[in-house]
Design a protein around this ligand. Structure first.
Ligand code: HEC
Length: 173
């Protein structure tokens, strides 16, 4: 009887720890962006590649565009508008020269991904985000919602791509 009581007590304590840990991890990396209520989609770093891009000017970065399975299927099928559930991620790193690669090439020609700048997401939900073309926009830096004020500028600047459902990036075969 006594042994059973101890086992029960241990189980209750363990459950408490697990619940606490689950909440702690939610707090650290699952804060929602303040306008569209978007959280960092779990596993986005493993999504498939849509394309890459390089911006000069103030951004001076290298970017990779990744899509969840719904996004990739729509791209490959050439299907527009993108269906609800589509998420497109834009990862960016600062654009830095690589001394090591340059030595191997014997001349200064190599640039690689340096430190992470930020990550942006476009999430399709035609009802929830009807006012912004069916897309919710989010930006995160170091796992935290970023540039909240700038979120109002996302959709207006994506308007020129209206004919492709407000998405600029085309699939790189
Ligand atoms: C000044 C205009 C401008 C603003 C403001 C802007 N974007 Fe974009 N965005 C672009 C352009 C152009 C591209 C394609 C080229 C590139 O990726 O650099 C793009 C690409 C993207 C992509 C990849 C899908 C696509 O359309 O190609 C995502 C995701 C994205 N932006 C999210 C955002 C978010 C979130 C914000 C607001 C915080 C934002 N954008 C603000 C112009 C803009």
């Amino acid at each position: 009887m006594k042994a059973t009581a101890y086992v029960l007590l241990a189980l209750v304590a363990l459950t408490g720890v697990v619940v606490y840990m689950a909440h702690a991890s939610e707090r650290s990396d699952e804060e929602a962006d303040l306008i569209f209520g978007i959280k960092i989609p779990p596993g986005y770093r493993d999504w498939k590649l849509i394309s890459v891009a390089h911006e000069e000017g103030n951004l001076n970065d290298l970017r990779a565009l990744l899509g969840n399975d719904t996004a990739i299927k729509a791209y490959r099928d050439g299907k527009l508008p993108f269906p609800d559930g589509t998420i497109i991620a834009r990862l960016a790193w600062s654009y830095v020269p690589s001394e090591e690669n340059n030595k191997a090439f014997g001349r200064a020609q190599s640039f690689v991904a340096g430190p992470v700048t930020n990550v942006q997401f476009m999430v399709k939900d035609s009802k929830k985000y009807a006012a912004t073309g069916g897309w919710g926009f989010a930006q995160f830096k170091d796992g935290k919602p970023d540039a909240t004020a700038a979120l109002k500028t996302c959709f207006p600047c994506h308007e020129p791509a209206k004919a492709r459902d407000f998405v600029f990036t085309q699939y790189a075969p």
